[in-house]
Design a protein around this ligand. Structure first.
Ligand code: FAD
Length: 392
């Protein structure tokens, strides 16, 4: 019989892994509770009406069509010694190797006052879907003159440049539609991804409509009052008309339950194979994994999935996996149809995934509007390519 691989999570990591394993001739079952997947890349543009949210939604029909088994249930437990995954419906699935890519969980225990109700009142929209639609509605309904507050957690979290892209697009929307309003960014860090490019865009495009408060000036969120839409940071308290609190994150419950996480809340892996350093036979990819210097992005999850799938096939056939090189490229909009990018190449040194600085790059500061327009088109093309690769 063909070796069986089970994949938990049908997002960018798990979806890519399932496809790659199938191409390698393995028997694959994908476990994903939802019948549709709402993609995060592009969802900041959807927030302010630059893209339809419906264009972010994909389904799993293409997987079944090529012969990948899809089970729409939650994985609720992993018995690594028996090599079985327990499903929410009460049955279980046997595997020879397991790949886990469940994304992130928003922490409700990290900021005083930030509980389930606060997460609804101050939508993070950090898992694209109903919260994205809700935050979009709140922005549209806000009266001119209102203060929009977004808060950004310290590292590590999903999509390092994402909050700053969101701030740009909201500032652009306010400038055009609610010119007496402003967006305030409260950040728990002083240094962030593509910083010179975002700062350039803020100064040039949104001087009246965007204010940034870094950690060193009291930007760290200390407490929220959901009912009063009030946010207290080191630098003072702010009453928001619309708030989006992006809370600290960690690997989801299934990872903790299976013993895959360490004290950081994320899953340590061997970067050669993405096999867990804690539970043999189980591989972790995407946002949930600690992938050294690689950021938590869809591009990274997709790249890791291909390396991991090949390594799983090699291990199942007693071959030594190749030493991988991984790439990540992230586009961010700084205004409608204007984007900047960051690219990184990662290799293995001393059993860790490290960035190769000579191979990295970000878009030039001070570039022409024309380059920003071309990068926005590249970003769109990337999204179409990756979603076509994963969802067919
Ligand atoms: P996900 O894609 O979240 O997939 C996880 C899947 O696992 C989900 O479908 C979930 O339902 C499922 N799941 C969870 N628990 C279980 C369980 N117990 N059993 C079964 N299934 C389970 N990245 C980029 O590269 N470029 C961008 O431009 C970009 N923009 C972004 C903008 C925003 C606003 C945000 C929030 C993110 C952005 N990202 C971007 C990041 C990107 O979306 C994530 O890094 C990527 O989705 C991670 O893939 P993943 O497979 O780890 O998790």
């Amino acid at each position: 019989p063909r070796p069986k691989v089970v994949v938990i999570g049908g997002g960018f990591g798990g979806g890519t892994a399932a496809r790659a394993l199938h191409r390698l001739g393995l028997d694959v079952t994908l476990v994903e509770p939802s019948r549709t997947y709402c993609a995060c890349p592009g969802s900041n543009a959807a927030l302010v009406g630059l893209r339809p949210l419906a264009g972010q939604v994909f389904d799993y029909v293409g997987f079944a069509r090529v012969g990948i088994g899809v089970v729409h249930e939650w994985a609720v437990g992993i018995d690594a010694s028996a090599r079985r995954v327990r499903l929410s419906g009460g049955t279980d699935l046997a595997y020879d190797r397991l790949i886990v890519s469940p994304g992130v969980e928003m922490r409700l225990d990290a900021i005083p006052g930030y509980d389930c109700a606060a997460s609804a009142a101050m939508p993070h929209a950090w898992k694209a879907g109903p919260q994205t639609a809700d935050l979009a509605r709140r922005l549209a309904a806000m009266e001119d003159g209102g203060l929009v507050v977004i808060t950004v957690p310290d590292n590590l979290y999903r999509c390092p440049p994402g909050p700053y892209e969101r701030a740009c697009l909201i500032a652009d929307y306010l400038k055009a539609r609610k010119p007496r309003s402003k967006i305030l960014i409260l950040d728990a860090k002083d240094v962030f991804s593509k910083q010179p490019l975002f700062e350039e865009a803020w100064a040039a495009r949104y001087p009246q409509h965007l204010e940034y408060v870094p950690k060193s000036r009291g930007g760290t969120l200390v407490e929220v009052d959901a009912a009063g839409l009030t946010l207290r940071a080191g630098g003072g308290a702010f009453r928001a008309a619309v708030a989006s609190v992006i809370p600290p994150q960690r690997a989801p419950e299934i990872c903790r339950a299976a013993g895959l996480t360490d004290a950081t809340g994320w899953c340590p892996v061997d970067p050669l194979t993405f096999e867990s350093r804690r539970v043999p036979g189980v591989h972790v990819i995407g946002d949930a994994a600690i992938a050294g210097a690689m950021p938590k992005s869809a591009f990274s999850a997709n790249a890791q999935a291909k390396v991991c799938a090949q390594a799983v096939a090699d291990l199942l056939q007693d071959r030594a996996p190749d030493i991988p090189k991984l790439i990540n490229v992230c586009y961010s909009l700084v205004a409608p149809e204007r984007a900047v990018s960051i690219a990184g190449v990662y290799g293995i040194e001393w059993a860790a995934l490290v960035a190769i600085p000579e191979s990295a790059g970000i878009s030039p500061v001070g570039a022409s509007e024309d380059l920003r327009i071309r990068e926005a088109a590249l970003g769109d093309a990337w999204f179409r390519t990756i979603t076509a690769e994963v969802f067919g």
